[in-house]
Design a protein around this ligand. Structure first.
Ligand code: HEM
Length: 347
């Protein structure tokens, strides 16, 4: 149901104008900050809020303001919920999700794209549908969709921006490509994305060095099998280190270096067809949100690099930018990315 009804290309494309609205709001807030010349913005915070807002609108139909949820705030509790404190925030989630399902059972004006909860409520209790789902399923899937979409995309955007700031030549090249394809008189649209070849190489190179789900999800063998001469007994848990594969010197030359040009004329993609690059996994349990993730990452990255020039604060040199990682279910930056924007479009 998630793959066919919620995360299909068709469904994801139906949220294009919502994404445009939210990305524009983010650009506007950075533009306002840019008026304060020389002042750095916290890009990690900006990108993370944008991602939470887009996920909420797509899954739940609206943004949730912190105070509407719990004294601790919506974003903080969602984050807490994905860590060891799941049990302690369980009640708060359950109350919120019950309220959301109730709201979705009321008639709506039919104007906006149907959010994920609308779609699932539509299947609830139906004898004919091939999906027999009830409230507990819906609540579990809401949580899954928020968990899987909120931090993955924003962390990838942060790493891509960090690498571009450490590599001004690559940053320049992305900006030149955007100038050629889009010009400086309008903002990037999702329909421009497939023409941005260098931006796509930058994204592949970012996902090679910084696959946000470094060990994928745990898999299990469902029968005895032999892979490359190794015997894998039935029921073994199999953990795949995509992070190490992306940096394996036997698969990549200058494996630790950020060189987007390595993908020039290469057919290696990130979709699970080439085992040296598997940031979304591969095969039947590959990430079902890949199209959504790639779309969000590309449009936000393109917009931020097209609309602004970026300078590191405190006269920091590009090579001094701290790239320390924090290891967890996802790998994120240890320190927030801060940089000084200046607006560069003509409108
Ligand atoms: C750049 C963004 C993203 C990356 C790098 C990413 C990566 C991954 C990876 C590596 C897996 C595990 C695959 C495996 O073990 O073989 C996964 C699973 C999953 N992802 Fe994503 N993901 C991203 C965005 C998203 C988004 C936006 C959604 C949307 C809701 C999503 C939904 C899921 C779900 C539901 C699963 C579990 C699938 C299953 O158990 O079969 N992901 N993702």
């Amino acid at each position: 149901m998630c793959t066919i009804e919620l995360l299909s290309n068709h469904k994801i494309n139906s949220f294009k104008s919502m994404r445009r609205e939210e990305v524009s709001l983010c650009v506007e807030s950075i533009r306002a900050a840019a008026n304060n010349r020389g002042v750095a913005v916290d890009l990690s915070d900006k990108v993370s809020s944008l991602s939470v807002d887009m996920s909420c609108r797509m899954v739940l139909g609206k943004k949730y303001r912190d105070e509407e949820f719990d004294a601790r705030g919506f974003k903080a509790v969602v984050r807490e919920g994905f860590t060891k404190r799941m049990k302690s925030v369980n009640k708060a989630f359950d109350n919120l999700f019950e309220k959301i399902i109730e709201e979705h059972l009321q008639p709506n004006d039919g104007e906006r794209s149907k959010d994920f909860v609308d779609v699932m409520v539509g299947f609830m209790g139906s004898e004919e549908s091939e999906y027999r789902i009830e409230r507990p399923h819906i609540k579990a899937i809401i949580l899954d969709m928020l968990a899987a979409s909120m931090d993955t995309s924003s962390t990838t955007i942060e790493w891509a921006l960090s690498e571009l700031m450490r590599h001004p030549k690559a940053m320049n090249k992305v900006q030149k490509e955007l100038e050629n394809v889009v010009g400086l008189d309008r903002m990037v649209e999702e329909s421009d994305l497939e023409k941005l070849e260098y931006l796509n190489m930058v994204l592949k190179e970012t996902l090679r060095l910084h696959p946000v789900v470094p060990l994928l999800l745990p898999h299990a063998a469902i029968k005895d099998c032999t892979v490359n001469g190794y015997h894998i007994p039935n029921k073994s848990h199999v953990i795949i280190n995509a992070w190490a594969i992306g940096r394996d010197p036997s698969a990549w030359s200058d494996a630790e270096e950020f060189i987007p040009e390595r993908f020039e004329g290469s057919n290696i993609d990130v979709r699970g067809n080439h085992f040296e690059l598997i940031p979304f996994g591969s095969g039947r349990r590959r990430c079902p949100g890949m199209h959504l993730g790639l779309t969000v990452v590309k449009i936000v990255l393109a917009q931020l690099v097209h609309c602004f020039d970026w300078e590191l604060p405190d006269s920091m040199l590009p090579e001094e930018l701290d790239m320390t990682e924090v290891f967890g279910l996802t790998i994120s930056r240890a320190k927030h990315l801060r940089a000084i924007p200046s607006y560069r479009l003509h409108k």
